[in-house]
Design a protein around this ligand. Structure first.
Ligand code: SF4
Length: 355
């Protein structure tokens, strides 16, 4: 795993992005933003799921004017997502913690300057959110929807903001496929100091997005690229946060939470492992302490895995053993082992957290 790129640190509300700040996770509500009750309910769901930042769409004037109220009641820093109408960005800038503009559709230099001035007045950042499918005409004509076109668009808009005296910038370069997304971020990384927001756009349903996001975002994170991220999923809000946290964990960028190891099962299986693992996964999902937990279907590989795990189950014929720190702590009947195991995992997590 490569060292993380040292980027300039900015703040979105109380969340630091870039520098040595933890890589933050964000998502976006899908309610009509001006429906404040519905939007607040979705923001609360995201906060509960462990999101650090939330973005809301600003499609019309009523969305823009509802941001002031939403900002007061949002438990998470609020980002306003603006396409086409720079005037909405000016209204949003009065209350939110960050503005996202798509340079491909926000309009002339004057309009971008007006947004920069409004954000400068409140010391809030701007995300230059380049999207491979909606580049400015001049870049689209010259490069097509390529990583080069995305990078040129980002560089052009970064320079514009810098010329307007604006430097609280973060950048995203999203395409709907893994290859272009990775290439664009890789190409831009050595050229600028600003933090990157990672994402694959329109990544699809859970299965499709999991694969695309794990490949693109996970790959980039392991190369040291990325300061904040969103996994886009056509699905539930909580799934986006869970997926992002897993990618962070398995790319080695976040230590928190349980790493669960379980075998795929085979003809040697001695228990209903699928049911057992689902139960364990559900009941220890709240644990934040880094722990390696292994649940294996027979002793063939279980003892080897248990040596690397903090705590493990190896199932046998109508019974199983629990192994902690490489030592067997007991043998239990099939119908009692899960309760004992979950209690042991909870106790171990608490013990480690208290150290
Ligand atoms: S641990 Fe046992 S049951 Fe699971 S895959 Fe390996 S040999 Fe099969």
């Amino acid at each position: 795993m490569q060292q993380r790129y040292k980027t300039k640190q900015i703040h979105i509300g109380n969340v630091a992005i870039g520098g040595d700040a933890p890589i933050s996770v964000q998502s976006m509500t899908f309610s009509k933003t001006h429906d404040i009750a519905a939007t607040k309910a979705q923001i609360d769901r995201l906060a509960l799921a462990g999101a650090d930042i939330v973005r809301v769409a600003v499609s019309d004037e009523s969305d823009a004017y509802s941001l002031k109220e939403l900002k007061k009641i949002s438990p998470l820093p609020l980002v306003a997502d603006i396409h086409f109408r720079y005037r909405f960005a000016l209204i949003a800038a009065e209350s939110v913690d960050c503005i996202r503009i798509n340079p491909g559709n926000i309009g002339s230099k004057d309009k971008i300057k007006a947004v920069a001035d409004a954000c400068n007045a409140r010391n809030i950042p701007i995300r230059i959110g380049v999207n491979g499918g909606s580049l400015e005409k001049k870049f689209e004509r010259k490069y097509g929807p390529t990583p080069q076109g995305m990078v040129e668009s980002a560089l052009y808009n970064i320079k514009l903001l810098e010329d307007f005296g604006f430097q609280r910038i973060k950048v995203s370069l999203k395409a709907s496929d893994v290859g272009r997304t990775m290439q664009a971020y890789r190409m831009l990384r050595p050229k600028v100091v600003y933090p990157f927001h990672l994402g694959v756009t329109e990544a699809g349903t859970l299965m499709h997005s999991s694969i695309k996001s794990a490949m693109a975002l996970g790959g980039l994170l392991m190369e040291g690229i990325g300061d904040t991220m969103r996994c886009s999923i056509t699905g539930e809000l909580e799934e986006e946060i869970n997926l992002a946290r897993m990618i962070l964990k398995y790319s080695g960028r976040q230590k928190q939470g349980v790493t669960l190891i379980s075998c795929p099962t085979c003809g040697r299986i001695e228990a209903d492992l699928v049911k057992a693992v689902k139960e364990v996964e559900k009941r220890i999902a709240h644990i934040k302490t880094p722990l390696q937990v292994s649940v294996m279907g027979c002793v063939v590989n279980a003892l080897g895995e248990a040596k690397h795990a903090d705590i493990a189950i190896a199932f046998g014929d109508k019974e199983g053993m629990i192994i902690k720190g490489g030592e067997m702590i007991g043998k239990y009947k099939e119908d009692e082992i899960l309760e004992v195991f979950i209690n042991e995992v909870e106790a171990l997590a608490k013990e480690r957290a208290d150290v």
